[in-house]
Structure formats: structure tokens, C-alpha cells
Design a protein around this ligand. Structure first.
Ligand SMILES: [Fe+2]
Ligand SMILES: [Fe+2]
Length: 227
């Protein structure tokens, strides 16, 4: 019996089966900002074979890692927000300065050999410039308003809208970064920094996809009615 119902949206599939996130990332299927489509349509949009995605999903769901198996659907809103801040905001605050430096370095050293590295460096800078205030705004404005005793519906609505708009921009930048990095493939002549940089960029992509997915598809729907 298949574990996945292909008529469900891909956002729903990742909610039900967090281990599916890694598969969708590998197939360049955006489940965070364009997660509202069923699997066959998402495969068609990404130009990938639905059968091989389905096989990869079966495999991943049969062998989930401890992290990808964590089901956050039943946790309280404060616990979910705490998890997002500790796990995902914490990760980005650690990773972004190093990624800025590494992408700048490989652009400088190898930019003549691969001109896309200069654009990659600029795209990573734009992403970091956009994410850093986004994290702060969520922590200082949106999240406290969601946990307030008296919910200010208009304020929550405005902040959620702003969050979703920021997420779209982040999703577009991730797409651009993956394209400029040619799916994070390192050429033979790539040095150790090149390798480390691309490995970390791919890890960052996966972390942001899960992060935005939790905010868009688990946190936000809890307040759609109230706000
Ligand atoms: Fe966030
Ligand atoms: Fe966010």
C-alpha cells in the first residue's frame, strides 16, 4: 500500500511525513512557498519524473532520520515558536556570517574561472540581508503577538501577510542560488572552501525550506480564522 496519497498537496505530505522534505529538496520541488499543489502537478512544474519521486518518497519514509521524523503538529504554539527560534533562527544566525564570507572568498578566488560565483556571492548577500531583519521581526513583533492573551487581529493579519511576502522573496532567492550553484555541484578544480561552501549552501537551503514550511503550513493556519 503506498504511504503517500498523491492527491494531497505537497505541503500536506510534508506535514504528515516530515521525511518527505529532503526528497522534495533533492528534486527541486518547492514545498514551502508553492506547496499548495498535488504531487503530480508539483512534479510537472519541476520537470521531474513522478514515479522516481514516488519511489524516493517510499524509501525516505521507510528510513526516516530522528530529526525528519519529528512530528510538530500536536505541540502548543509557544512550544512550536520556541522550536522555530532555537532550531531554525539559531541555525541561520550561526550559518549566515560564514556563508557570506565563504561565497565572497570563492567569488574572489575563482570568479574569473566561473563568473557565476560572483552572482552567487551577491545572491547570498541579498538573502542574508533579507533574512536577518526577517528573523528579528518575527521574534519581536509577530511571535509575541501570536502568544498574547488578547489577540490583536488586525496586527496579526498584517504581520502574517508581511511574513508570507518575505518568505516568497526568500524562496525566489533560494531558487536563484541553487541555479547559480548548478545544483551545488563542485567542479573538479574546486578547492576545499568551494566544497565546504556548496555543502553548507545546500544544508542551508534544506533548513530554510523546513523552517518556512513550519511557519507557512503549521503556525500560520492556526491563526487564519482568528486573524
Ligand atoms: Fe522564522
Ligand atoms: Fe519566516
Amino acid at each position: 500500500m503506498p504511504m503517500i496519497d498523491p492527491s494531497q498537496t505537497i505541503a500536506r505530505i510534508v506535514l504528515d511525513h516530515p521525511a518527505a522534505a529532503r526528497v522534495f529538496q533533492n528534486y527541486r520541488i518547492d514545498f514551502c512557498c508553492h506547496g499548495d499543489v498535488p504531487l503530480p502537478e508539483a512534479c510537472a512544474r519541476a520537470g521531474v519524473d513522478p514515479q522516481s519521486v514516488s519511489d524516493a518518497l517510499d524509501h525516505a519514509l521507510s528510513n526516516p532520520s530522528a530529526e525528519s521524523n519529528r512530528d510538530l503538529r500536536s505541540v502548543s504554539t509557544p512550544a512550536l515558536i520556541g522550536y522555530i527560534i532555537d532550531r531554525h533562527h539559531g541555525y541561520l544566525r550561526d550559518a549566515l556570517p560564514g556563508l557570506r564570507a565563504m561565497t565572497a572568498k570563492i567569488a574572489l578566488v575563482h570568479g574569473d574561472h566561473n563568473p557565476k560565483l560572483k552572482e552567487l556571492g551577491e545572491a547570498v548577500t541579498t538573502l542574508a540581508d533579507s533574512l536577518e531583519p526577517h528573523l528579528l521581526r518575527e521574534e519581536q513583533m509577530l511571535f509575541p503577538s501570536l502568544m498574547a492573551r488578547d489577540l490583536d487581529a488586525q496586527f496579526v493579519r498584517d504581520e502574517l501577510e508581511r511574513m508570507a511576502t518575505d518568505h516568497k522573496e526568500v524562496g525566489d532567492l533560494l531558487f536563484r542560488i541553487r541555479a547559480l550553484a548548478e545544483d551545488f555541484s563542485v567542479p573538479e578544480w574546486g578547492c576545499g572552501t568551494y566544497r565546504a561552501c556548496f555543502r553548507e549552501l545546500e544544508a542551508m537551503e534544506g533548513d530554510i525550506l523546513r523552517h518556512v514550511h513550519l511557519e507557512n503550513h503549521l503556525l500560520m493556519p492556526r491563526f487564519m480564522g482568528a486573524a
